[in-house]
Design a protein around this ligand. Structure first.
Ligand SMILES: Cc1ncc(COP(=O)(O)O)c(C=O)c1O
Length: 392
C-alpha cells in the first residue's frame, strides 16, 4: 500500500498508530500500549470494539447462509425500522458506505428534478469523492457544485435568487463532522428548508454522523424534515453500511417496475450479515433511551472539557453536539493552533487516552463515568504541565 496506508484520514505524522485489537472501549497497539478509545471509529464505533449480541446476530446470519443472491427478510425488516424512525424517509435503499449513499442521493435528485446544480457548504464532508474542506477536492465527482459558506442563510438566499431554477439539491450536514464539529444553526437549516420549498430543489440531510443524536437523528431535534436523508456508520452494527431515503415522490423512481426506473446496483447492498447486524443494532442497542443517555453524557463531557480548558488559560476549546465533539486550538495563528493540538493529542496518548489527531472525539456506549473522569484528570495534568513548561 502506498505509504502503508489505505485510508488517508488515519495517517498522521510521524507515523500512525497500529492497533492490534480492542475490547469494550479499550484498544491495544502493536507495542502493547493500551488506550481508552475516545475516537470510536470516527463515530461508527458506537458499540465499542466487542459486543456479544452483535456477535450472536452475525453468527446466526452466517449459520443461516450468506451471499444468497436474492432478496432476504432481513433487509425488509431493517428498512422498516429505519423508515419508522425518520419521518423524512418513506422509501429507502441500502448501499455500502455513507459516500455511496450520498452519491446515489445526488444522482436521484438530479434525475428527479431534471436539474444539475448541487449546493454544498465549505467545510462539508460527504465522503471521499464529496469533500469540501478546502474547496472542491480534486478527487471529487465532476458535478456542478456551488460551494457556499456554512451557517450563512443570506449567502444561500443569494445563490437561490441567482440560479434557483437550476439547483437540483442542497446537501448539508446538520453538524459538520469532519469540518470540526461545527453545529448548524436552526435558522440556517430552516432557511435551507424554505429555499428548497420555494424552488423545487431537494433538501438532503447527511445524517451519517448525526443520526445518533436522537432516534430520528438531528432532524428530529431540529424539527426540520428534509426531502431526503442519508445514513451510514452506526446502522451497519459495525459492518460497512450506507442508506439513502426520502419522500415517496423522489424515491419511487428506484422501483425496478417503474415506467422510467433509476437503476441502483451493488453486490453487497443487501449483504445478509450487514442487514442482520444492523437489525440487531437498531432493535436492541440504538434504542431511544440509550441514544438519549449517550447524548446527555456527551453534552456534560463537552461542558466539562470547556470548563477545564478555560481554567487552564483557554488555549483550547471544544465544539460539538451530544456525543460527537472536536477539540480546537484557540488563537489567531493556524500553525500554532495545529501544533498545540497535536502536542495535546500526544500527551494524552502517553497517558493512555486516544482521540483523533484532528481533535475529533466520539463517545461510545461502553465509555462510562470512570473513563470520562479519567480523561478529564489526565487532561488537567497535561494542561498544568504544559503551562509550567510552555516551551514544550
Ligand atoms: C457526514 C458524513 N457523510 C458521509 C461520510 C462518508 O461515509 P463513509 O466513510 O461510510 O463512506 C462520512 C464519513 O465520515 C461523514 O462523516
Amino acid at each position: 500500500m502506498p505509504g502503508g496506508n489505505t485510508r488517508s484520514s488515519l495517517w498522521a505524522a510521524p507515523y500512525p498508530l497500529s492497533i492490534t485489537g480492542g475490547a469494550g472501549c479499550r484498544i491495544t497497539d502493536a507495542d502493547g500500549h493500551s488506550y481508552v478509545d475516545f475516537l470510536g471509529e470516527f463515530t461508527a464505533g458506537i458499540f465499542g470494539h466487542t459486543c456479544a449480541a452483535l456477535e450472536q446476530a452475525l453468527t446466526a446470519a452466517h449459520r443461516g447462509g450468506f451471499g444468497l443472491s436474492s432478496h432476504t427478510p432481513y433487509e425488509t425488516e431493517l428498512a422498516g425500522e429505519l423508515a419508522a424512525r425518520f419521518p423524512s424517509i418513506e422509501l429507502l435503499r441500502f448501499a455500502n458506505s455513507g459516500t455511496e449513499a450520498n452519491v446515489m442521493a445526488l444522482a436521484a435528485a438530479r434525475l428527479v428534478t431534471g436539474r444539475d446544480r448541487i449546493v454544498v457548504f465549505a467545510g462539508g464532508y460527504h465522503g471521499g469523492v464529496l469533500t469540501f474542506g478546502q474547496g472542491n477536492a480534486p478527487v471529487n465527482l465532476p458535478l456542478d457544485f456551488a460551494i457556499l459558506p456554512y451557517n450563512d442563510p443570506q449567502a444561500a438566499a443569494r445563490e437561490f435568487a441567482a440560479s434557483g431554477d437550476s439547483i437540483a439539491a442542497v446537501l448539508v450536514e446538520p453538524m459538520q463532522g469532519a469540518g470540526g464539529c461545527t453545529v448548524g444553526t436552526p435558522a440556517f437549516l430552516q432557511a435551507l428548508r424554505e429555499l428548497c420549498d420555494g424552488s423545487g430543489a431537494l433538501l438532503i440531510f447527511d445524517e451519517v454522523q448525526t443520526a445518533r443524536m436522537a432516534p430520528g437523528g438531528a432532524q428530529e431535534l431540529l424539527g426540520i424534515t428534509p426531502d431526503m436523508t442519508t445514513l451510514g456508520k452506526i446502522f451497519g452494527g459495525g459492518l460497512a453500511f450506507g442508506a439513502f431515503g426520502g419522500r415517496k415522490a423522489a424515491m419511487e423512481r428506484f422501483d425496478p417496475a417503474h415506467a422510467d426506473p433509476i437503476p441502483h446496483a451493488g453486490t453487497f447492498n443487501n449483504n445478509r450479515l450487514t442487514m442482520a447486524a444492523g437489525l440487531e443494532a437498531v432493535r436492541h442497542h440504538l434504542t431511544p433511551a440509550a441514544l438519549a443517555a449517550l447524548y446527555a453524557r456527551g453534552e456534560a463531557f463537552r461542558a466539562a472539557l470547556n470548563d477545564l480548558f478555560a481554567d487552564h488559560g483557554g488555549a483550547f476549546h471544544v465544539t460539538g453536539m451530544g456525543s460527537v465533539m472536536n477539540i480546537h486550538g484557540t488563537g489567531p495563528d493556524a500553525a500554532i493552533r495545529r501544533d498545540r493540538l497535536r502536542l495535546l493529542q500526544f500527551r494524552m496518548m502517553e497517558r493512555g487516552f486516544y482521540f483523533a489527531a484532528r481533535g475529533l472525539i466520539a463517545l461510545s456506549f461502553p465509555l462510562g463515568e470512570a473513563e470520562t473522569g479519567g480523561f478529564l484528570d489526565a487532561l488537567d495534568a497535561v494542561l498544568a504541565a504544559g503551562r509550567a513548561r510552555p516551551e514544550t
